[in-house]
Design a protein around this ligand. Structure first.
Ligand code: UDX
Length: 435
């Protein structure tokens, strides 16, 4: 198959590299000439484990290349994927689809022969209809089918998720398009990943419903954690106890400082907006968003309480800034409202993150940045674990304690054992472990 991927952001680049790895001939297109030049030099615009190597191998094998002009690659393609950004529109929370529609316009003019145009970007229900309308308006004679093929990639595990998906969702009513998409994903089909063929609007809704459900699951366990703390129960055991029920499942039940990232907050907001537009308010998802926003803000007060109620003039060490481990992504990271709250309460903040410090300097310019976790802890009155990077699980805790002015740890990811921390002489607060 010849595949053209429009957009070399997170989704486009990972998907393009993986599809090339399957043996397809893939061209990734981006209007940002600087980005394409960097990719030609083998430099990745994002941090994703394994991506650089995957790109290098496929480029060397002649299966993957990068261009700024889409006309040639689109004309040759069997399938053109639209994987451009859909940021939250400023002011109203709707997804901004201007990049998607601009791509559709350009693609339309370049189409030759039967082509499946696939929206991979997360787009509100009905966007595929509009993409098809635009293409037929620009190029009435185009032989085209427009499909929806949402992605379910987690940052930090995106390549594994792409190659071992729980399912592939393809939304199109056209048999010809289903055949092309079946070929595109044939290697996965051979891996026995189920392909679910649906109507286009259904596929679009599946993506939003999946993200909203997962965000709900996290928020549910976060509220149970707060209750567990008060009634003297342990949320991790509650999560295990309910997760062993197959109807509930064990995943996404880790209590923490609230969900962040480039997808859950943006997509749940967009879903709530779409639902309101159709006069079907999604009360549960609305509550999830409100609870999650409050939670992120409340974390600074939790730290203050652990430090004796007052942070004025105190030094807080923050370990982990990115919204989750194995990424340098700071988008909607819980660390941002947390650190802002700590500064508002009069604290001095010094932070360390294995990958996110450069991007963090943009969001959090008024704090100190440390060279390693021990340097971060030096002289601190309280230390907060915000992101569960593996290296934080293996710290020399005795050394950490020696660095600190006061041995107080607030662990927002429950990465340490309470009995061990007590034995080491720490005052230790975590999430939902009141037992
Ligand atoms: C998510 C979806 O998982 C993915 O399918 C979709 O395509 C994009 O959005 P991602 O944002 O990369 O992926 O990260 P994910 O691992 O899902 O975590 C999202 C947020 O939820 C993080 O802030 C994480 O810390 C938090 N989380 C996740 C919890 O607090 N507890 C959990 O049990 C799981």
């Amino acid at each position: 198959m010849r595949i053209t991927m429009i957009g070399t952001g997170y989704v486009g680049l990972v998907s393009g590299a993986c599809l090339a790895d399957f043996g397809h001939r893939v061209t990734c297109v981006d209007t940002d000439a600087g980005k394409i030049a960097a990719l030609h030099r083998g430099e990745m615009p994002i941090y994703e484990p394994g991506l650089e190597q995957l790109v290098e191998t496929s480029v060397k094998a002649g299966r993957l290349d990068f261009q700024t002009d889409l006309s040639g690659p689109v004309a040759e393609a069997d399938a053109v994927f639209i994987a451009v950004g859909t940021p939250s529109r400023r002011g109203d929370g709707h997804a901004d689809l201007s990049y998607v529609y601009a791509a559709a316009r350009e693609i339309a003019a370049a189409l030759k022969g039967f082509t499946v145009v696939v929206t991979k970007s997360t787009v509100p229900v009905g966007t595929g209809d509009e993409v098809e309308r635009i293409i037929r308006e620009v190029n009435p004679s185009a032989d085209v089918a427009v499909a929806s093929n949402p992605e379910f990639l987690r940052e930090g595990a995106a390549i594994r998720d792409f190659k071992h998906p729980d399912r592939i969702v393809v939304g199109t009513s056209e048999e010809r398009a289903r055949k092309v998409m079946g070929e595109v994903y044939r290697p996965l089909y051979l891996n026995q990943a189920p392909i679910l063929y649906t109507e286009r609007r259904t596929a679009e809704l599946i993506k939003y419903a999946a993200n909203a459900f997962l965000a709900t699951k996290i928020t549910f366990i976060n509220e149970i954690a707060d209750l567990a703390e008060k009634v003297g129960a342990d949320v991790q055991e509650v999560a295990r106890g309910i997760g062993l029920d197959n109807r509930i499942g064990p995943k996404f039940l880790n209590a923490g400082p609230g969900f962040g990232g480039s997808c859950f907050p943006k997509d749940t907001r967009a879903l709530v907006k779409t639902a309101l537009d159709h006069d079907v308010p999604l009360r549960i998802v609305e509550a999830v968003l409100a609870v999650n926003d409050n939670r992120k803000r409340a974390m600074a007060r939790k730290v203050a309480a652990a430090a004796g109620g007052n942070l004025r003039g105190k030094t807080v060490a923050v370990l982990g800034l990115t919204f989750k481990p194995e990424t340098d992504d700071m988008r909607e990271a819980p660390s941002i409202p947390l650190v802002t709250g700590l500064l508002d309460l009069g604290a001095r903040v010094r932070a360390y993150d294995p990958a996110g410090m450069e991007p963090a300097k943009h969001d959090l310019p008024n704090i100190g940045y440390a060279t390693d976790p021990y340097d971060c802890a030096h002289g601190a009155d309280v230390l907060v674990i915000v992101t569960e990077w593996v290296q934080f699980r293996a710290l020399d805790l005795a050394r950490l304690k020696n660095e600190m002015a006061h041995p107080v740890i607030v662990d927002l990811r429950n990465i340490y054992r309470r009995d061990e921390m007590a034995a080491l002489g720490f005052t230790y607060e975590s999430i939902g472990r009141g037992a």
